[in-house]
Ligand binder design. Structure first.
Ligand code: B4P
Length: 193
């Protein structure tokens, strides 16, 4: 089993690149952002709870996200690996993921971090906000506060994994295809198709 974490600030291209990576490597895509938006769309109690946090650009509470990941993980017993996109976003989530993977007798293979200038991040999200219908993309103040939340709550996760020597920084500036090639060059060293 090969498990990959794609890490980076909001707008760094995690979702965009994940779609291409799961198509190439056959990993199961676990995007907590997508799972939460599905819960909201179907108006589940979990979705209604999450919506208030997401609309303000805040993180959804750890226990909600961890429970959701746990049950998604169990639905894919035959997976040859997972691509974690937007998870873990706090050190508590990273610790919970370590425990979960240990129970399943597997581990994280690589953590790829997409590095993108803040100005470019805002530019991409403002553009997406014009068509996505996502309330958390619609307002520039919320976009800026999502970047602040990333720095305060999510960046420490990178230090948490830095101890494992599995972290690689990847230049996330440029075209989608060239960034994809950069990511693949690191994954190809670890995975056989
Ligand atoms: P996510 O769904 O993870 O949202 P995101 O960080 O904005 O998405 P992403 O980074 O994947 O977007 P992408 O760059 O691909 O989370 C949304 C919210 O859910 C969070 O704020 C939080 O409230 C909640 N949440 C999710 N996970 C959570 C967790 N684990 N714990 C707590 N709360 C959680 O795309 C951005 C735009 O850039 C797109 O329009 C794309 O087309 C464009 N783009 C991508 N690559 C480009 C490139 N190379 N050049 C130009 N444009 C590009």
């Amino acid at each position: 089993m090969f498990n990959l974490i794609l890490f980076g600030p909001p707008g760094s291209g995690k979702g965009t690149q994940s779609d291409k990576l799961v198509a190439k490597y056959g990993l199961v895509h676990l995007s907590t952002g997508n799972l939460l938006r599905e819960e909201i769309a179907t108006k589940t109690p979990l979705g209604l709870q999450a919506m208030g946090f997401m609309d303000k650009g805040q993180l959804v509470p750890d226990e909600v996200v961890i429970g959701m990941v746990d049950s998604h993980f169990d639905k894919h017993k035959e997976a040859k690996g997972f691509l974690f996109d937007g998870f873990p976003r706090t050190v508590a989530q990273a610790k919970a993921l370590d425990k979960l993977l240990e129970l399943k007798k597997t581990e994280i293979g690589k953590v790829l971090i997409l590095d993108v200038d803040e100005e470019e991040l805002l530019k991409r999200l403002i553009l997406r906000g014009k068509t996505s219908g996502r309330s958390d993309d619609a307002d520039e103040n919320i976009l800026r506060s999502r970047q602040d939340v990333y720095k305060k709550e999510t960046l420490p996760v990178a230090s948490w994994y830095a101890r494992t020597k599995k972290v690689i920084h990847v230049d996330g500036m440029g075209g989608v295809d060239e960034i994809f090639e950069r990511l693949c060059s690191h994954i190809d060293k670890k995975i056989k198709l």
